[in-house]
Design a protein around this ligand. Sequence first.
Ligand code: AP5
Ligand code: MG
Length: 216
Amino acid sequence: MGPPGAGKGTQAERLVDDFDLPYYATGDILRAAVNNGTELGKEVKEYMDRGELVPDDVICQVIMERLDSNEASDGFLLDGFPRTVPQVEALDDALDKRGRALTAALLVDVPDEEVIRRLSGRRICVKNQHVYHVEFDPPKEEGVCDQDGSRLIQRDDDKPETVQKRLDVYHEQTEPLIGRYEDRGLLRRFDGRRPPDEVHDHIRATLATLRLEAEL
Ligand code: AP5
Ligand code: MG
């Protein structure tokens, strides 16, 4: 969890390598659907362009399909879901029914001013949406993805007015979920203002400890 631009995707890319987990980022899944012109893409494009959340039932279905896939049977990493109270409830219900539970809710937090700075310089690759920043996390070769060689572009919803809307939506609809996960003892907080590798070290250490505890 965390505001737009906190570094959720940046950290997830690193954690996927560490823990060999399937990774489900709802924003990435929706952007791919828009780019491929699928029915889902047509349904969600306008919400995304406005910086609003897509309807709960649409996004819940996207996630539920993945929870039942074979690759997710040993655990998974979610990015950008859940983001509303009904989404939390749908996830709890779905996990309950499958006899499974969340290990942790990871919050990467940064202040709003930092979000604006980051998103104006963000670039993603056209092939796999790998994340870069022109100043803070540049690729080795300008405009080219280090990992798959594809072209780097700016996201449609990184225009300043849309970023402000996404921040407002985060504070109104998603921030209240933090207290819920805190009350359940699942929340782990990370200072997203630190450099990417430092944030990564902290999260990796936390997850490694949680994994050891789970094995005891
Ligand atoms: P989504 O794609 O999830 O966007 P978001 O939450 O706004 O988050 P971002 O992807 O913008 O930021 P991030 O935290 O991943 O940061 P990143 O690592 O890229 O959602 C998009 C849209 O899809 C939503 O608006 C909504 O319409 C829809 N949607 C998705 N999920 C939904 C749901 N559950 N329900 C309803 N609708 C949903 O990093 C940002 C930049 O900062 C990069 O350039 C990076 O290089 C740089 N950076 C990262 N970490 C650091 C650091 N530590 N120091 C300096 N720079 C850094
Ligand atoms: Mg992201």
